[in-house]
Design a protein around this ligand. Structure first.
Ligand SMILES: Cc1cc2nc3c(=O)[nH]c(=O)nc-3n(C[C@H](O)[C@H](O)[C@H](O)COP(=O)(O)O)c2cc1C
Ligand SMILES: [Fe+2]
Ligand SMILES: [Fe+2]
Length: 394
């Protein structure tokens, strides 16, 4: 599929994978995007998951026929993109692998690649002839250490790797202007929160580095090719990597016997009483953590509730707290509630989380002993109301 002069889409859809990286649920499939830049020389930008190689090879052949691929540019070594490197090499034995030092070391480590390579550094330019050239910019830890992006100057096209990508197969169209892009935006948020979220600082560095480039097209390795939505996707990445939350809240609670759940209902009533309309409510174990991370990245308010469990906190909440703090989530207003029967631990653990750098505890933490009761209900409503007011005053 031609995207513009000299640039072709040769990616594939995976509609079978249940969890990306074995972790993150895929409900709309996944696209592994790869591209051809065809000048006097042919450059392939990234490959696809090796299981899709035959389909991918057909697509490449449909564009270049019997011409060889001269360069295989590897922007990112995660196997969803690098998986077909050995197969491309087998089919085009003279292909030159283009990557930075770390990339080429990884290619060796993953696939024992012998053969021609070209090591590139920050700002190096590869002339493909026919007016096409690729300039390389290093974007370490977005989201692997070897990650780089490639920029084709004539068409002002950025091959951005995973950056600006999202979950979701491409249904018949690739360019944003040809399809309904709205379903992809929540999936960009979820992809970011799940996979890139820890590296906000590195994403900021990459955005600053790439800011001077004129951009007519962003070709990510997942999801639509961005043209008319470029400023929106850059803005999404900017806000997420600054850990800016929208005015709204996520209320996440765990429960075994329903007492903490009753508390959560009252917190939600308090949020509404306080005038907050935009919030989501999730029961741990019912909603996959992938979506909880997404909502935690989306909203300014984060209200967490859990029972005490074996002298600690309810295990699914412990996991969530770990995963949120691993991602360095910050700039959040945090509310806490929980329950116990003989020696409380849960609320203490939640308060420790709320005391992490960049977190601000809002309202009185509510701690309930044994059964749900009117006093706890009042305190939970007050917590919700205080949180709502705090979010709305910002
Ligand atoms: C397996 C299990 C372990 C528990 N461990 C503790 C504990 O260590 N300390 C405590 O005070 N309560 C403990 N509890 C009691 C619960 O924290 C308490 O009943 C809580 O209110 C349950 O909330 P829920 O009704 O929302 O499930 C435990 C309960 C269960 C089922
Ligand atoms: Fe990746
Ligand atoms: Fe990827």
């Amino acid at each position: 599929m031609k995207l513009q002069d000299h640039i072709y889409y040769v990616g594939v859809n995976d509609r079978n994978k249940v969890r990306f990286e074995g972790l993150w649920p895929l409900t709309r499939g996944m696209a592994y995007n790869a591209y051809l830049v065809v000048g006097d020389k042919v450059a392939l930008i990234d490959t696809v998951d090796s299981r899709f190689f035959p389909r991918f090879a057909d697509k490449v052949k449909a564009v270049i026929g019997d011409r060889p691929i001269d360069y295989l540019v590897i922007n990112h070594m995660e196997p969803d993109h690098s998986g077909s490197i050995p197969l491309v090499r087998a089919m085009y034995p003279d292909v030159c692998l283009v990557g930075n030092k770390k990339t080429l070391q990884m290619a060796e480590g993953f696939y024992c690649q012998a053969g021609e390579t070209l090591e590139v550094k920050e700002g190096d330019c590869l002339d493909l002839g026919g007016g096409c050239s690729l300039t390389f910019y290093m974007t370490p830890m977005v989201h692997w250490p070897e990650t780089m992006v490639s920029y084709e100057t004539q068409s002002a096209t950025l091959f951005s790797g995973d950056a600006f990508g999202c979950y979701g197969a491409l249904n018949g169209g690739v360019l944003d202007r040809d399809i309904d892009v709205e379903p992809y935006f929540p999936e960009m948020l979820r992809y970011y929160a799940n996979i890139v979220g820890k590296y906000g600082q590195q994403v900021q560095m990459a955005l600053k580095k790439l800011a001077p480039l004129q951009l007519r097209m962003i070709c990510s390795t997942h999801g639509p090719v961005w043209t008319e939505q470029i400023s929106r996707v850059v803005d999404v990445y900017n806000r997420l990597s600054l850990y800016q939350g929208e005015p709204g809240a996520t209320l996440i609670y765990g429960t075994m016997y329903g007492n903490t759940a009753e508390m959560a209902e009252c917190v939600a009533e308090g949020l509404v009483q306080g005038g907050l309309k935009h919030f989501t409510m999730h029961k741990l174990g019912r909603t996959d953590e992938s979506y909880l991370l997404a909502d935690a990245f989306k909203y300014k308010g984060l209200i967490l509730g859990a029972p005490t469990y074996n002298n600690g906190i309810y295990p699914l909440m412990e996991q969530l707290l770990t995963d949120l703090s691993h991602r360095g989530l910050k700039n959040r207003l945090v509310g806490c509630f929980g329950s116990f029967s003989w020696a409380s631990q849960a609320v203490k653990k939640l308060q420790e989380f709320a005391a992490l750098p960049g977190m601000e505890l809002v309202g009185e933490p509510v701690e309930m002993k044994q059964g749900f009761n009117p006093e706890a209900a009042r305190a939970c409503r007050a917590l919700g109301e205080t949180m709502a007011k705090r979010i709305l005053e910002n």
